[in-house]
Design a protein around this ligand. Structure first.
Ligand code: ATP
Ligand code: MG
Length: 414
């Protein structure tokens, strides 16, 4: 029979890859906890409108990337393409819009129908943080500082630059939008087909275009700088001051617009040059309109999402496999004792495995194959004396240890 394959754009995580992945998620979860963010888990599928109503119909995600289907009962369902809209849905559904601020961390799989390539998959994973109910730029700066500290704890802050922009308030953005439409109209014929279509409906999207044809034109497009209202400029100035206060270095990039429609004011991306075209590892912004679009009251919010696969690739050294001990009984007479030793080691927090079968040599081979650091060898003589031989499998050195002290001994030498 043909061996079945994973679906295009999906991957199995096994061994070192799974350890890298888990390390990214656990590090982020821990750092978010230090900043006072609590973890939420929401379903991986939602009513399609959770996304179609909020991300913007001209966004890449809604226009061509969503996994949507009618379920057996005829409900329109979408596998979540991102976390923020679902968190806002959960905020409203759970009646938490009057219990603000909410500081939310999440981690889990996301689904987008994209062209698979290195760092871009159809099922991928994100870590994310949302600070909901805070309009002060202090919230923006603190949330960005959390992102930077996650990258620092992963040891990748040095290779990821924070690019920062403001999208202003809606008044600033409308004026800028008119300027962009006028500018791109002049060069319409040189734009990619996608961007020609974007021109009428959402010219900001052109700034986010990955088409080479668009990029030279984007470089000389008008920036929002000249169109900011006094209030929007005040917030922008304060944010940059506060980031200095948090010790977060950044580079201003007037072309950062983000791919989804719900952003205003702050927009940012941590970008690396180590991953080719898939260089954005963690990105976000302020989304003050989203909770209202979800049917809740007007609620300010800021957040980010990080790509776990891209961060896992950036990690310098793979997280070490846990130190393991193999318990090697010599003969059936000591089996019962071996079980007690195994369970006692595990109870002491030591990863312990049985070398299941074969003669002594085969069992030691197996201990090596599972990557054990030590073998605990139980012979009849040792058991009679209440001891075991502990063999360091790297050096070959062997010592006899009293069974009562076995766990303590291994913890002290591992
Ligand atoms: P890109 O511009 O690379 O398509 P995006 O703007 O669509 O990214 P966001 O929606 O901001 O991405 O998602 C946040 C992060 O999630 C990205 O910066 C990236 O690290 C990761 N990410 C997004 N899409 C994918 C994907 N298909 N595969 C792997 N990681 C992804
Ligand atoms: Mg994308």
């Amino acid at each position: 029979m043909d061996a079945l394959q994973p679906v295009r754009g999906t991957r199995d995580l096994i061994g070192e890859e799974q350890r890298r992945h888990a390390h990214v998620v656990q590090t982020a979860r821990h750092m978010a906890g230090l900043y006072g963010f609590d973890e939420w888990s929401t379903p991986i599928f939602e009513d399609t409108r959770v996304f179609s109503r909020t991300l913007g119909e001209t966004s890449d995600v809604v226009a061509k990337e969503m996994y949507s289907f009618a379920d057996r009962g005829g409900e329109q369902i979408t596998l979540r393409p991102e976390g923020t809209a679902a968190i806002c849905r959960a905020l409203v559904s759970n009646g938490l819009t009057q219990s603000l601020p909410q500081k939310v961390f999440y981690a889990g799989p996301m689904f987008r129908y994209e062209r698979p390539q290195k760092g871009r998959y159809r099922q991928f994973h994100q870590i994310g943080a949302e600070l909901i109910g805070v309009s002060e730029p202090f919230g923006d700066a603190e949330t960005i500082a959390l992102g930077r500290d996650v990258l620092a704890a992963l040891g990748v802050a040095e290779v990821a630059v924070l690019e920062l922009n403001t999208l202003g308030d809606s008044e600033s953005r409308l004026a800028w939008r008119d300027a962009l439409i006028a500018y791109f109209h002049e060069v319409r014929g040189q734009l990619s087909d996608d961007s020609q279509a974007r021109l009428e409906r959402n010219p900001l999207r052109i700034l986010d275009s990955k088409a080479p044809a668009d990029q030279a034109l984007v470089r000389t497009a008008p920036t929002i700088e000249g169109y900011l209202t006094g209030a929007a400029r005040g917030l922008w100035d304060e944010l940059r001051r506060l980031l200095d206060g948090f010790g977060v270095a950044f580079r201003e990039n007037p072309r950062i617009v983000r791919g989804l429609d719900y952003y205003s004011h702050t927009a940012f991306e941590f970008v690396t040059d180590r991953l080719g075209a898939q260089g954005t590892v963690l990105a976000g912004g302020r989304y003050d309109g989203l909770v209202a679009e979800m049917g809740g009251p007007a609620t300010p919010a800021i957040g980010w999402a990080g790509g776990v696969e891209r961060l896992a690739m950036l990690l310098a050294a793979p997280p070490a496999a846990p130190v393991a001990v193999a318990v090697v009984p010599m003969g059936d007479a000591v089996q019962e004792r071996a079980i007690r030793v195994l369970q006692a080691l595990r109870a002491a927090g030591i990863r312990a495995e049985a070398a299941y079968r074969g003669n002594f040599k085969r069992r030691l081979e197996r201990a090596n194959r599972i990557g054990a650091a030590f073998a605990v060898i139980l012979g009849e003589d040792e058991v009679a004396r209440g001891t075991a031989q502990v063999k360091d499998l790297a050096s070959g050195a062997q010592v006899e240890v009293v069974l009562d002290r076995l766990a303590a001994h291994i913890l002290s030498v591992r």
